[in-house]
Design a protein around this ligand. Structure first.
Ligand SMILES: Nc1ncnc2c1ncn2[C@@H]1O[C@@H]2COP(=O)(O)O[C@H]2[C@H]1O
Length: 224
């Protein structure tokens, strides 16, 4: 399996759409509404709070950080995952999404979804599946965040990271943390010293081993 940088088109959140309308049918309406491999420099924003959003984004490579209305880091986006889902119904962003590394995104405009659904068989099903998958991923993340036991929270987070990498076709036992430990502590709502203690404890229990600050090996299966 490859390292966690660039997703294969076949494993990406947009895979069903691109496979049908970009690669197989070469549908002109779809192609007009899709921008592929758009590069965004590290530190730049994919979109910001208050901005009008009429697009879905698939992260192709790199990692992105999600900040809430108070500027609190609240999540990360991994290659293959889709952004912009929550914004579809209100039309503007309530979050800042920032490139944590240099990234590439594929961008699908949403303002012609109705037209596409009328002209392209299967389109609505594919979009519904993208939305459902995104909702499920967020639900899984919430269930990690709501763990009151810190050790469990850190362990389940690493297991969720591992499962997500696996689903999108990446190496999933040797995890490269997409953000710093300080940022990870923020995402989990714990202090950096608590995170360090939890990682040491997981190491002592033989659940993980740590190569360096960013690389963690999971020694057990990726079950919940
Ligand atoms: N199933 C496919 N059929 C045709 N082209 C594809 C398919 N999957 C991926 N590609 C394209 O092949 C390219 C290989 O290099 P890239 O990963 O840069 O970008 C990839 C896509 O643009």
């Amino acid at each position: 399996m490859k390292r966690n940088n660039c997703v294969n088109c076949e494993e990406c959140g947009f895979a069903e759409l691109c496979s049908a309308y970009l690669f197989r049918q070469k549908d002109p309406l779809f192609i007009r509404n899709l921008e592929t491999k758009k590069k965004i420099a590290r530190g730049e924003y994919i979109y910001r709070r208050g901005e009008k959003i009429d697009e879905l984004y698939a992260l192709r490579s790199g990692a992105a950080k999600v900040y809430d209305a108070r500027g609190q880091l609240m999540g990360i986006v991994l290659p293959g995952q889709v952004m912009g889902v929550e914004e579809l119904h209100i039309g503007y962003s309530q979050q800042d999404i920032q490139a944590a590394t240099e990234i590439e995104v594929c961008v699908l405009r949403s303002d012609h979804f109705y037209e596409m659904s009328q002209l392209m068989p299967g389109f609505t099903d594919f979009i519904v599946r993208i939305l459902s998958r995104s909702a499920q991923e967020k639900q899984q993340f919430i269930s990690v965040l709501t763990k009151s036991d810190t050790l469990q929270k850190v362990q389940y987070f690493l297991q969720l990271l591992s499962r997500t990498y696996k689903e999108y076709g990446f190496e999933h036992l040797n995890l490269e943390l997409p953000i710093s430990k300080k940022e990870l502590a923020q995402v989990l709502g714990i202090s950096i010293s608590t995170l360090s203690r939890a990682l040491d404890s997981l190491k002592d229990q033989g659940i993980i081993s740590m190569l360096n600050k960013k690389e963690i090996t999971l020694m057990v299966s990726d079950k919940k």
